[in-house]
Write a protein that binds this ligand. Structure first.
Ligand SMILES: [Zn+2]
Length: 278
């Protein structure tokens, strides 16, 4: 039996089971202090014999050290050795990776990337994050890729300064959900109508992202997830804007919608446990 732990910045969701179809999933556990959250996690898994655990975790992470990196804005979690803490609670090895790398692996095992070894998964919602698989291996760098902070060109006439506290108008700063909400003065970006100019502008920025990812990684597939990425018509618009931006230079990947939806987090964690290495 595997343990799957979706460790989010606001809540943890835990699950156990043999595969994606036989999961018992916990109620959400609020991400308060490590001590409190770990105690509730331990109660959920109490008495179970677990072979291996996967932790799909909020970042930034120091994966080599199995820790939450000191850069995290969540003060109590800075340097918390989450991998060792969970291995001790469960009495088994645990595999730690970012939530987006987990989701990418989940799409590979059960979702939109089942037949692909070279793909990028990007979630566009409250933030923008992604994971890339090349030649069947999830890419890891010194830390982990922060796709959302790539720099892009601002569209002529877009005066919104940007949402990113570090860069202002990086990709995430211009194209995440809160940026759309702030630019158009609509508290919930999802409520903007289908014909609103917010969406062609969004597709313009995601088209630039697609070109950048294609030039860097040459994926055969780009999977868009998250509340904005999964919006009706977004994939189709991004195909068009990416083709304009690429201007015939290199073949674009197929662009498709993510398939795991709200289960991306917990299935991503399960995928980490099952694959054992990423
Ligand atoms: Zn940024």
């Amino acid at each position: 039996m595997y343990a799957a732990i979706e460790a989010g910045g606001t809540k943890f969701v835990c699950a156990h089971g043999r595969d994606a179809d036989s999961l018992t999933i916990s109620d959400p556990i609020p991400t308060t202090t490590p001590q409190e959250t770990m105690a509730k996690l331990a109660a959920f898994f109490a008495g179970l014999k677990i072979k291996r655990a996967g932790i799909a975790c909020f970042g930034p992470l120091d994966i080599a050290q199995g820790r939450i990196a000191p850069l995290t804005p969540k003060l109590g979690w800075r340097n918390f050795p989450i991998q060792k803490a969970i291995e001790k609670i469960l009495g088994c090895p645990a595999i730690l990776d970012t939530d987006v790398n987990g989701a990418a692996l989940g799409e590979h095992l059960w979702g939109a990337a089942q037949k692909s070894k070279h793909f990028v998964y990007v979630t566009v919602g409250t933030g923008i994050g992604g994971g890339a698989m090349l030649s069947g291996q999830i890419l890891h760098g010194k830390m982990h890729p922060e796709i959302g902070h790539m720099r892009i060109r601002r569209f002529t006439g877009d005066a919104y300064p940007g949402h990113c506290p570090i860069h202002g108008d990086c990709l995430e700063g211009l194209a995440c959900g809160p940026a759309i909400a702030a630019r158009w003065n609509q508290p919930q970006a999802e409520l903007l109508t289908a014909s609103h100019p917010a969406w062609p502008l969004e597709a313009h920025y995601l088209g630039q992202m697609t070109v950048n990812l294609t030039c860097a990684y040459s994926p055969e597939l780009l999977i868009l997830g998250g509340g904005i990425g999964l919006r009706k018509g977004m994939v189709e618009m991004v195909r068009q804007t990416a083709a304009q931006e690429m201007n015939g230079y290199a073949p674009l990947p197929r662009i498709v919608r993510a398939k795991l939806g709200s289960r991306a987090g917990v299935l991503g964690a399960l995928a980490l446990a099952i694959r054992n290495k990423v």
